[in-house]
Design a protein around this ligand. Sequence first.
Ligand code: ATP
Length: 294
Amino acid sequence: MTVIEVSGLTRRYSGGFEAVRGISFEVERGEMFALLGTNGAGKTSTVEVVEGLSSPAAGSVSVLGHDPFRERSLVRPRIGVMLQEGGFPPDLTVAEATKMWAGTLTSPRPVDEALSLVDLTHRASVRVKQLSGGERRRLDLALALLGKPEVLFLDEPTTGLDPESRRNTWELIRALLHEGVTVLLTTHYLEEAQTLADRLAIMHRGRIVAQGTVSEVVDAYPSRISFVAPRGVALPVVADTDAAGRVTVRTNNLQETLHELLAWAHVNSVELSGLDARSASLEEAFLAIAEEAA
Ligand SMILES: Nc1ncnc2c1ncn2[C@@H]1O[C@H](COP(=O)(O)OP(=O)(O)OP(=O)(O)O)[C@@H](O)[C@H]1O
């Protein structure tokens, strides 16, 4: 079932600037779709329209089968938005802020449950202003989850989190996806998208310049094999060697090239020290795409 459908979406600001220029993507139930892009690419401008905060200048958006702007009252209770800085009176405690937010919802989770999901139970009686940056981010997530949303909008959900909290948040998001929650993620943190997203789109200047599963996007970029070989040996493959003698081979067929190299090293008794072979990362693909697009 398609939960989010964006077709030919264009968003224009007063003054005529087109921040989003005819983009299309779909997100299925229980799937995470990540919107990535350079600064000013149009991610926030897109997400705001999908959340129903603004109407498109052209094209259409559907969330859970409804127009999120014109039928906002039907869509809003079923979505959760993780805001950047919830904007609560800083003197409220964590429990009070959560309770206050719960008061605006029709059938919220119990406050204790929402806080426990994000590991903030032990901080329930602390004032919001006394939380660390990472704890505040987790409170923002608790508030987004309070209404048991079917669709969750996450904007940089793990910024400022320490590695353990980040892992825990990823686990929580995975569990939500498993339960069938649909997630639209925007992030600059490419490892997060690579780890969690089923599919993603990379935006640049209002357009989608690459879209697909992580491997579809990444596979278009060469894998890399590197090692240090004894000086003077003639390698069986095309390679670059840096001043320190480290050899880098780029290939579109990692398995084949690696096999060829290892067979050659074996037959010729050549030691490839510090051997490392890896597919392109999402970060490398992103940088290459951003460079090409610019
Ligand atoms: N209210 C506005 N009026 C006019 N232009 C705007 C407005 N809001 C955003 N823009 C412009 O629209 C473009 C897209 O901005 P947007 O915030 O959607 O990008 P983004 O991809 O979310 O960027 P970032 O990664 O920096 O958060 C930018 O050029 C921005 O300056």
